[in-house]
Design a protein around this ligand. Sequence first.
Ligand code: ATP
Length: 254
Amino acid sequence: MTDIPKSHPRYASLVARERVAEGVKKGFTSSQGLIAQGRGECFDYLLGERTTPSAEAATTTAAALLLLAARPALSVNGNVAALAAEEMVALAGSLRIPLEVNLFHRSEERVKKIADLLREKGAEEVLGEKPDATVPGLEPARAPATRGGIYDADVVLIPLEDGDRCEALTAMGKKVIAIDLNPLSRTARKATVSIVDNILRAVPHLTDQVRQLSVYPRSDLERMVQEYDNEKVLRQAVQEIQDHLNRQFREDAS
Ligand code: ATP
């Protein structure tokens, strides 16, 4: 990896970029993943590279949804593997559920590389290498899913996903949790709960929330989910971007 000085103002962002580039070199991230990373970086820059109050609210609700679920599932693609493999393994461990490799540009070789990486990081069970079902409404190459994982889950976490899959999973009656820095993406707008935050900050935060809320009574978790309004949270995220930019201009002017 390139040596990035810790004092660099964009240190975290540059390290993330290096990780995705490394993922492409090692063959578990697709080259298109670099472009997705660039889009994410742009929105993180606009948000001020911080976890905003709207993201906090979405993360807490996401943790409640995962704890209430009868069959939760966690999806891992090439960018997620490059950026947060260890963190996803920790989240799966806190819920005692498997991870499922789920790719836009699927190749058996990439699926195996990601599954191996997750196992190397300590994952107890990784699905996705032997899909036995298809998600209706997606092109055949993108539709494979696994029974006991995403296919028959009631709640699915899809970090850094595209809008078609989010819509197809929602159409199957699932509750979908997205992690997506773009509050205007189709994924963010179609998901049940959209965490507008960088996956690097969002997944450890979500694991922490799962641990904290795991002792709450179900009725409290149900109330959190009922009171949550995703459209309101997305509007708040856009407002947080605007407020951040206004602050920047004010600071530059003073
Ligand atoms: P949609 O189809 O939902 O409109 P899209 O076409 O932008 O989305 P992709 O090109 O697949 O979808 O990009 C994936 C999404 O992941 C982008 O919205 C991007 O903002 C987001 N993203 C990229 N990197 C990160 C990251 N590190 N953390 C969180 N989100 C990210």
